[in-house]
Design a protein around this ligand. Structure first.
Ligand code: URA
Length: 211
Protein backbone atom coordinates (compact mmCIF):
# COMPACT_ATOMS: atom_id res chain seq x y z
CA UNK A 1 0.00 0.00 0.00
CA UNK A 2 1.27 3.47 -0.87
CA UNK A 3 1.67 5.97 1.98
CA UNK A 4 -0.54 9.03 1.93
CA UNK A 5 0.03 12.43 0.34
CA UNK A 6 -1.29 15.07 2.75
CA UNK A 7 -2.02 18.54 1.39
CA UNK A 8 -1.92 20.98 4.29
CA UNK A 9 -4.71 23.35 3.28
CA UNK A 10 -4.62 25.48 6.43
CA UNK A 11 -5.60 29.04 5.51
CA UNK A 12 -2.42 30.59 6.95
CA UNK A 13 -0.25 28.18 4.95
CA UNK A 14 -2.19 28.89 1.76
CA UNK A 15 -1.99 32.66 2.28
CA UNK A 16 1.74 32.61 2.92
CA UNK A 17 2.33 30.31 -0.04
CA UNK A 18 0.53 32.78 -2.33
CA UNK A 19 2.78 35.60 -1.07
CA UNK A 20 5.80 33.42 -1.80
CA UNK A 21 4.61 32.68 -5.32
CA UNK A 22 4.45 36.38 -6.21
CA UNK A 23 7.46 37.36 -8.31
CA UNK A 24 7.88 40.73 -6.58
CA UNK A 25 8.15 39.31 -3.04
CA UNK A 26 11.55 40.40 -1.68
CA UNK A 27 14.29 38.01 -0.60
CA UNK A 28 13.89 39.00 3.04
CA UNK A 29 10.13 38.48 2.95
CA UNK A 30 10.46 35.18 1.06
CA UNK A 31 12.91 33.88 3.67
CA UNK A 32 10.65 34.92 6.53
CA UNK A 33 7.61 33.30 4.89
CA UNK A 34 9.42 30.04 4.23
CA UNK A 35 10.47 29.91 7.88
CA UNK A 36 6.90 30.56 9.02
CA UNK A 37 5.44 27.99 6.63
CA UNK A 38 8.08 25.49 7.79
CA UNK A 39 6.80 25.93 11.31
CA UNK A 40 3.15 25.52 10.30
CA UNK A 41 3.84 22.45 8.17
CA UNK A 42 5.87 20.87 10.97
CA UNK A 43 2.89 21.41 13.26
CA UNK A 44 0.81 19.27 10.90
CA UNK A 45 3.46 16.59 10.35
CA UNK A 46 3.96 16.11 14.09
CA UNK A 47 0.28 16.08 15.08
CA UNK A 48 0.32 12.33 15.78
CA UNK A 49 3.55 12.10 17.76
CA UNK A 50 2.88 9.71 20.63
CA UNK A 51 2.21 11.15 24.07
CA UNK A 52 2.97 9.79 27.49
CA UNK A 53 1.03 10.80 30.61
CA UNK A 54 3.00 12.20 33.52
CA UNK A 55 2.09 13.41 36.97
CA UNK A 56 2.80 17.15 37.29
CA UNK A 57 1.87 19.95 39.68
CA UNK A 58 0.09 23.07 38.52
CA UNK A 59 0.08 26.01 40.98
CA UNK A 60 -3.32 24.69 42.14
CA UNK A 61 -3.22 20.93 42.10
CA UNK A 62 -1.45 17.78 40.95
CA UNK A 63 -2.66 16.36 37.65
CA UNK A 64 -1.77 13.76 35.06
CA UNK A 65 -0.92 15.54 31.79
CA UNK A 66 0.33 14.57 28.32
CA UNK A 67 3.91 15.13 27.23
CA UNK A 68 5.81 13.97 24.16
CA UNK A 69 7.12 10.44 24.70
CA UNK A 70 10.84 10.84 25.49
CA UNK A 71 11.88 7.92 23.29
CA UNK A 72 10.36 9.57 20.19
CA UNK A 73 13.41 11.47 19.03
CA UNK A 74 13.58 13.17 15.69
CA UNK A 75 16.10 13.94 13.01
CA UNK A 76 15.36 16.57 10.40
CA UNK A 77 17.31 15.96 7.20
CA UNK A 78 17.62 19.05 5.07
CA UNK A 79 18.31 18.62 1.38
CA UNK A 80 20.73 21.43 0.53
CA UNK A 81 20.45 24.17 -0.12
CA UNK A 82 16.77 25.09 -0.19
CA UNK A 83 15.89 22.66 2.62
CA UNK A 84 17.59 25.10 5.00
CA UNK A 85 14.76 27.58 4.53
CA UNK A 86 12.16 25.11 5.81
CA UNK A 87 14.51 23.72 8.47
CA UNK A 88 14.81 27.02 10.35
CA UNK A 89 11.08 27.17 11.09
CA UNK A 90 10.86 23.49 12.00
CA UNK A 91 13.70 23.83 14.52
CA UNK A 92 11.86 26.65 16.25
CA UNK A 93 9.05 24.19 16.89
CA UNK A 94 11.22 21.13 17.63
CA UNK A 95 14.45 22.60 19.06
CA UNK A 96 15.75 19.28 20.37
CA UNK A 97 15.72 17.61 16.95
CA UNK A 98 19.03 16.51 15.50
CA UNK A 99 19.84 17.67 11.98
CA UNK A 100 21.33 15.91 8.99
CA UNK A 101 22.29 17.39 5.65
CA UNK A 102 22.42 15.93 2.17
CA UNK A 103 23.80 17.95 -0.71
CA UNK A 104 22.87 17.08 -4.25
CA UNK A 105 23.03 19.00 -7.44
CA UNK A 106 20.85 18.44 -10.43
CA UNK A 107 22.64 17.70 -13.68
CA UNK A 108 21.16 20.43 -15.91
CA UNK A 109 20.89 18.16 -18.94
CA UNK A 110 19.61 14.91 -17.44
CA UNK A 111 18.05 16.26 -14.17
CA UNK A 112 19.76 13.31 -12.43
CA UNK A 113 20.64 14.03 -8.76
CA UNK A 114 24.35 13.76 -7.93
CA UNK A 115 25.38 13.68 -4.24
CA UNK A 116 28.25 15.92 -3.11
CA UNK A 117 27.71 15.94 0.67
CA UNK A 118 26.11 13.74 3.32
CA UNK A 119 26.31 14.08 7.10
CA UNK A 120 23.73 12.29 9.23
CA UNK A 121 23.52 11.92 13.04
CA UNK A 122 25.14 8.67 14.21
CA UNK A 123 22.09 7.51 16.16
CA UNK A 124 19.69 8.05 13.26
CA UNK A 125 18.70 4.35 13.45
CA UNK A 126 17.05 5.14 16.82
CA UNK A 127 15.16 8.16 15.52
CA UNK A 128 12.23 9.18 13.34
CA UNK A 129 13.31 11.14 10.30
CA UNK A 130 11.65 14.07 8.59
CA UNK A 131 13.25 14.88 5.23
CA UNK A 132 12.71 18.45 4.05
CA UNK A 133 13.05 19.99 0.61
CA UNK A 134 10.72 22.81 -0.50
CA UNK A 135 10.18 21.55 -4.07
CA UNK A 136 9.21 18.01 -5.06
CA UNK A 137 9.76 18.68 -8.76
CA UNK A 138 11.18 15.74 -10.75
CA UNK A 139 11.57 13.98 -7.41
CA UNK A 140 15.08 12.81 -8.32
CA UNK A 141 16.91 14.50 -5.44
CA UNK A 142 14.40 13.44 -2.80
CA UNK A 143 14.34 9.87 -4.15
CA UNK A 144 18.16 9.70 -4.03
CA UNK A 145 18.29 11.29 -0.55
CA UNK A 146 15.78 8.87 0.87
CA UNK A 147 17.66 5.87 -0.53
CA UNK A 148 20.76 7.27 1.20
CA UNK A 149 18.95 7.71 4.53
CA UNK A 150 17.41 4.24 4.30
CA UNK A 151 20.96 2.83 4.34
CA UNK A 152 21.18 4.15 7.92
CA UNK A 153 17.97 2.33 8.87
CA UNK A 154 15.93 5.04 10.67
CA UNK A 155 12.87 4.05 12.71
CA UNK A 156 10.50 5.85 10.33
CA UNK A 157 10.59 8.47 7.64
CA UNK A 158 8.32 11.25 6.34
CA UNK A 159 8.92 13.77 3.57
CA UNK A 160 7.91 17.41 3.80
CA UNK A 161 7.87 19.91 0.95
CA UNK A 162 6.20 23.20 0.15
CA UNK A 163 5.13 22.46 -3.42
CA UNK A 164 4.86 19.22 -5.34
CA UNK A 165 4.42 18.42 -9.03
CA UNK A 166 2.33 15.37 -10.01
CA UNK A 167 5.37 13.99 -11.86
CA UNK A 168 7.48 14.27 -8.73
CA UNK A 169 4.90 12.55 -6.55
CA UNK A 170 4.66 9.69 -9.06
CA UNK A 171 8.42 9.24 -9.22
CA UNK A 172 8.74 9.46 -5.43
CA UNK A 173 6.01 6.91 -4.78
CA UNK A 174 7.39 4.46 -7.34
CA UNK A 175 10.64 4.38 -5.37
CA UNK A 176 9.43 4.99 -1.83
CA UNK A 177 5.79 3.89 -1.42
CA UNK A 178 6.45 3.54 2.33
CA UNK A 179 7.23 7.24 2.89
CA UNK A 180 4.33 9.67 3.48
CA UNK A 181 4.48 13.05 1.73
CA UNK A 182 3.29 16.36 3.24
CA UNK A 183 2.95 19.41 1.02
CA UNK A 184 1.19 22.78 1.00
CA UNK A 185 0.02 22.35 -2.62
CA UNK A 186 0.18 20.13 -5.69
CA UNK A 187 0.74 22.27 -8.77
CA UNK A 188 -0.08 21.56 -12.42
CA UNK A 189 3.10 20.20 -14.01
CA UNK A 190 6.82 20.56 -14.67
CA UNK A 191 8.17 22.68 -17.51
CA UNK A 192 10.94 21.49 -19.84
CA UNK A 193 13.60 22.71 -17.39
CA UNK A 194 12.15 20.75 -14.47
CA UNK A 195 10.56 23.78 -12.78
CA UNK A 196 7.19 23.46 -11.13
CA UNK A 197 4.40 25.41 -12.91
CA UNK A 198 2.86 27.73 -11.78
CA UNK A 199 5.31 27.25 -8.89
CA UNK A 200 7.37 30.03 -7.38
CA UNK A 201 10.64 29.89 -9.31
CA UNK A 202 13.95 28.68 -7.95
CA UNK A 203 13.58 28.47 -4.17
CA UNK A 204 17.32 28.57 -3.50
CA UNK A 205 17.74 31.74 -5.56
CA UNK A 206 14.72 33.39 -4.01
CA UNK A 207 15.80 32.41 -0.49
CA UNK A 208 19.37 33.62 -0.81
CA UNK A 209 19.01 36.32 -3.49
CA UNK A 210 21.47 34.63 -5.82
CA UNK A 211 19.75 35.70 -9.02
N1 URA B 1 13.52 23.62 -7.71
C1 URA B 1 13.10 24.88 -7.54
O1 URA B 1 13.70 25.64 -6.81
N2 URA B 1 12.00 25.27 -8.19
C2 URA B 1 11.31 24.46 -9.01
O2 URA B 1 10.29 24.88 -9.56
C3 URA B 1 11.76 23.13 -9.17
C4 URA B 1 12.87 22.74 -8.51
Amino acid sequence: MTAQVTVVNHSLVQHKLTLMRQADTSTAKFRQLLREVGMLLAYEVTRDLPLKYEKIHTPLTPMVAPMLAPDKKMVIVSILRAGQGLLDGILELIPSARVGHIGLYRDPATHVAIEYYCKLPQDIHQRDVLVVDPMLATGNSSVASIYRIKEANPMSMKFLCLLAAPEGIKNFQEHHPDVAIYTAAIDDKLDQYGYIVPGLGDVGDRLYGTK
